[in-house]
Design a protein around this ligand. Structure first.
Ligand SMILES: Cc1cc2nc3c(=O)[nH]c(=O)nc-3n(C[C@H](O)[C@H](O)[C@H](O)COP(=O)(O)OP(=O)(O)OC[C@H]3O[C@@H](n4cnc5c(N)ncnc54)[C@H](O)[C@@H]3O)c2cc1C
Length: 666
């Protein structure tokens, strides 16, 4: 099957406008005759559902939490990008477009990224109108901060709780439609299969997670907004429930899965503490605005710190190695995440790590506290040489900016980050891969759309900080509502899709059979036992640094683990009740397939780009080395039964507006 990205012709800055001018529209009266299913009510699904319902479509939403308010999106901390140029620091639509393409190491589709940059400005207006309390400067204007990979301040934020506030906005918009009867919200429901009728997505099979009932739901189109699949690594910064099932089920029904190996490892997370841990915690990238990253300059000091014989404060400035500032003077601590993560790993691998396991570096706010403290003392006419006063004043400014993050750190680590530097280490955080979509955000299944983190998205091989919220809300509020209308226009006379069709019966049976199999398996090991094993393979062999030998081993080990899982997994309880072990079993079964495809994709991509770092392909300085001649394409995999049989389709990436060059942040 040829991959047609359906990018409209014309100059890049006119494509979206001209597209909107020429697509098919559904008139308001006809929208009332059309049903749309939205799976997922995080920022992407919530914003899409609210907008589609406002337009007049009948929307059914599904989420596995008890409320749309609890989607993983609520965890987003640092902010959302938009090319508003409120700071007058040289930002523009083109610059956001350029930064995103470059940040993604030239592995994303130009037209989609330009559209994203264009609509970014609308998102902020929309959210402000909804009452989202974005941070403001003293004069009342919206404030901005900087995120990695950019030289401007374009990140809008609400303290360290941006996702929560944006989600409340989308959720309020959804609630208005729930109140009007335009959205039927199905919470605590999990989509377990997609139903195709005559090759088109026409419904889903879902399990009511409270009663265990298996339900059939029909619609004229299905939108998947189910988030990312980083929990394939077991340990990650994702919400514990985040999973790949919805995306994987549509993959098995014909949706190609793109670039599964593009995963983002975030540099500033609280380090792993032990084997019994089930979750990792992010310290937002916004902290790199003010925090300086360092390790001891000498191996002796690093050892002394690890052994508790020295404290970080004992080391003078010249005894510290601010390695990001040293290696990347222009971007310093604000290099993109993939670059910062690899640099931390490199220092720790070389023996400079600062915690007991040797896998941590410092994120230090002492200079920022001093700087802000002095500024405050000048503003208030106080003594700028009073050290204690300066620290108190500076700490108050830092608390105002990042207070909740500092509090979270102290609760988890039991150390006061105002007094001693935070310890951080990279952790799995975001997946740039996902279901392949064309310009319309439609998968390779007609009528099945994918938005937000669940699609392979606009971020190429590495997402810039604060761009996931931008993409999810762009897709949901501003892109899908147009593109889906174009698809649905010929469907206005179709009428309700019956759930008695044989396709629904067959899909439901398959779902029930798998559930019965799990319940009756009587194995000896819990689901988590297998998930942890999978996570270890993924982290050790498909993680921050990959090589052909490790990837080949991972492929074999994952396939063997999958076999063992089906033979030996124990799922207690019953099928017709609230049963979280059963839910997990289905999700881990899908991770065990996705994990193998992930490794296969990483093995086939004989280059390093963005978050995909193949040890064989690096410069003398340890930087990622792309191979544009052979790999400037999106790798979209077609399901053929087993991950080992998946067939590769390529979407060549054409750069007409941005020159392909070696990425540099020096
Ligand atoms: C700690 C943390 C901080 C972050 N901070 C930022 C930030 O500051 N800025 C930024 O831009 N990005 C940030 N991100 C990334 C960003 O939060 C996510 O990429 C984004 O919120 C994903 O939104 P989404 O709507 O696509 O998916 P999600 O919010 O993950 O929502 C998925 C939805 O799908 C539903 N679902 C999934 N599977 C099924 C199924 N089978 N059946 C039914 N429902 C299903 C879930 O119930 C949920 O409603 C952060 C991520 C983390 C982990």
């Amino acid at each position: 099957m040829a991959l047609d990205s359906k990018v409209p012709s014309g100059p890049i800055s006119d494509k979206w406008t001209s597209y909107k001018d020429h697509i098919n529209l559904v008139n308001p009266a006809n929208k009332r005759n059309i049903d749309i299913i939205v799976v997922g009510t995080g920022l992407a699904g919530g914003s899409a559902a609210a907008t589609l319902a406002e337009l007049g479509y009948n929307v059914k939403t599904f989420c596995f939490q008890d409320s749309p308010r609890r989607a993983h999106s609520i965890a987003a901390q640092g902010g959302i990008n938009a090319a508003k140029n409120y700071q007058g620091d040289g930002d523009s639509t083109f610059r956001l477009f350029y930064d995103t393409i470059k940040g993604g190491d030239y592995r994303s589709r130009e037209a989609n990224v330009h559209r994203l940059a264009e609509v970014s400005v609308n998102i902020i207006d929309q959210c402000v109108m909804q009452g989202v309390p974005l941070a403001r400067e003293y004069g009342g204007l919206l404030d901005n901060r900087s995120f990695g990979g950019t030289l401007v301040a374009r990140t809008f934020y609400a303290k360290g709780q941006t996702g929560q506030q944006l989600l409340l906005g989308a959720y309020s918009a959804m609630n208005r439609q729930i109140g009007r009867g335009k959205i039927k919200s199905n919470t605590r429901h999990e989509m377990l299969d997609l139903v195709l009728v005559d090759g088109k997505a026409r419904g889903i099979i879902a399990r009511n997670l409270v009663t265990g009932e298996i339900e059939r739901h029909s619609a004229h189109a299905v939108v998947i907004a189910s988030g990312g699949y980083g929990n394939v690594f077991f340990l990650s910064t994702y919400a514990m429930g985040s999973n790949a099932t919805a995306a994987w089920k549509i993959h098995k029904k014909g949706a190609f899965f793109a670039n599964p190996c593009y995963t983002q490892i975030h540099p500033t997370c609280i380090p792993v503490s032990g084997d019994h841990q089930s979750k990792l915690t992010l310290m937002s990238e916004s902290l790199r605005n003010d925090g300086r990253i360092w390790v001891p300059a000498s191996l002796e000091d690093a050892k002394a710190i690890r052994e508790g014989k020295k404290k970080p404060a004992d080391l003078k400035e010249e005894e510290r190695d601010y390695y990001l500032e040293r290696r990347y003077p222009s971007f310093g601590n604000l290099v993109p995440r993939d670059v910062a993560s690899r640099a931390a790993k490199e220092r720790c691998d070389a023996g400079f790590g600062v915690n007991k396991t040797g896998e941590a570096v410092y994120l230090d706010f002492a200079s920022a506290i001093q700087r802000y403290g002095k500024e405050q003392a000048y503003i208030k006419g106080l003594d700028a040489n009073d050290t204690k006063l300066i620290i108190n004043l500076g700490a108050a400014v830092v608390a105002n900016k990042y207070g909740n993050l500092f509090q979270m750190y102290e609760k988890i680590v039991d150390e006061d980050p105002y007094k001693t530097p935070m310890m951080i280490y990279p952790a799995v955080h975001y997946t740039m891969g996902g279901t392949w979509v064309d310009y319309n955000l439609q998968t390779t299944i007609p009528g099945c759309f994918s938005i937000g983190e669940s699609n392979f998205s606009d971020h190429g091989a590495n997402r810039l900080g604060a761009s996931a919220l931008m993409q999810g809300l762009a897709d949901g509020y501003f892109v899908l509502p147009y593109t889906i209308g174009d698809y649905l226009a010929p469907d206005i006379k179709t009428g309700t899709i019956s759930t008695d069709l044989p396709e629904f019966v067959e899909a439901e049976k398959k779902v029930k059979d798998q559930i019965e199999k799990f319940i009756n398996n009587n194995g000896t090991h819990s689901v988590d036992y297998f998930h942890k094993k999978l996570g270890k393979i993924m982290w050790n062999k498909v993680g921050m640094a990959r090589n052909a030998k490790g990837l080949n081993e991972a492929i074999e080990e994952i396939a063997a683990l999958r076999e063992e899982f089906y033979k030996d997994v124990k799922v207690p309880g019953t099928a017709d009740s609230f049963n979280q072990e059963l839910e997990k079993a289905g999700r881990v079964a899908d991770f065990l397939e996705l994990g193998e495809l992930f490794a296969k994709d990483a093995l086939h991509r004989n280059e390093s780009c963005g978050g995909h770092f193949r040890e064989e392909y690096q410069s003398e300085e340890g930087e990622a080395q792309r191979d544009d001649e052979n790999f400037a394409y999106v790798a979209a995999w077609e399901y053929k039964g087993k991950p080992s049989d998946a067939v590769l389709h390529k979407e060549p990436l054409v750069y007409e507006n941005i020159k392909l060059v070696t990425r540099s942040y020096k």
